[in-house]
Design a protein around this ligand. Sequence first.
Ligand SMILES: NC(=O)c1ccc[n+]([C@@H]2O[C@H](COP(=O)([O-])OP(=O)(O)OC[C@H]3O[C@@H](n4cnc5c(N)ncnc54)[C@H](OP(=O)(O)O)[C@@H]3O)[C@@H](O)[C@H]2O)c1
Length: 280
Amino acid sequence: MILVTTAGKVGSEAVRLLAERQMPVRVLVRNPAKAKALADAGAHVVVGDLEVPASIDAAMAGVTAVVLVSPAVPAQELNVVASAARAGVRHIVKATSKASPDSPIARRRGQSEIEAGLAASGVPHTLLRSNAYMQNVLAWAPEIAKTSGFGSAVGKGRTGMVDARDVAAVAAEIAATPAAHANKTYWLSGPQSISNDDVAAVLSRLLARTITYRELSFEENKDGMIRAGVPEPIAHMNAQALSLTAEGDAEWVTQDVPTLLGRQAPSFEQFAADYAASFA
Ligand SMILES: NC(=O)c1ccc[n+]([C@@H]2O[C@H](COP(=O)([O-])OP(=O)(O)OC[C@H]3O[C@@H](n4cnc5c(N)ncnc54)[C@H](OP(=O)(O)O)[C@@H]3O)[C@@H](O)[C@H]2O)c1
């Protein structure tokens, strides 16, 4: 049995792919109503909360591999690691980012703390260090629909954006066949490093009207996210990451997705076409 925590962007797609492969798969969610499609696809949906170790232990029964993906609050993910170690789980695939103990971004320091706990647990594991997800662009869809534009603090910075569906496909592949991936780290990106002017050009072609990118300051970007409903600490960390992108922090591309999946990673054009209805 493979356990996936949780059913967000990466988790739900990993569950769907594992169910499609006829692998026994369980998904831990807080609200089962949101996971009905996964239950219909054949997954075993269990109700739990990463804050509550007993609920994780209940979900861990009979599990051989875990896909660990969540908002990456250290205490919560370390609860999963401890539960997996107690249950004798043989492999953990962890979704992570550019983790570092001295990063200016608290989320990256938290990821580093989780990774250290994972290493100390002795459970064989694989780290998926992903570049920014293409799906982040969907957060601009309401603004694009209203103003034919979007803004960000990335300036002219470029990002090797990866489709979250590919992160899920890699996680599912490794959870299903973990042997060759023990204690390895993969850097997942899309096929190209692109700027927000490139994003605007792709969306202009897709929507057949001009979509304009506006460069924002750190404060303007952070305040805009807060107005859109993002909690202040998350908006702060997002704006920090975007400001680092302006300095070249996300301008990396690897061949790990094609190497691991045996096919090309989709371009941003392909992603945008797949999600055309969300931008319309
Ligand atoms: N976004 C990016 O660009 C990016 C890039 C690189 C790495 N990453 C990493 O990817 C991971 C996030 O993955 P994602 O984007 O797939 O996540 P996501 O879409 O934000 O989904 C997070 C899920 O976690 C659930 N959740 C939150 N708190 C929970 C709790 N206490 N107990 C149980 N479930 C809980 C949420 O469920 P509810 O519906 O109940 O709220 C939601 O389904 C993080 O480690 C992040 O650092 C993200």
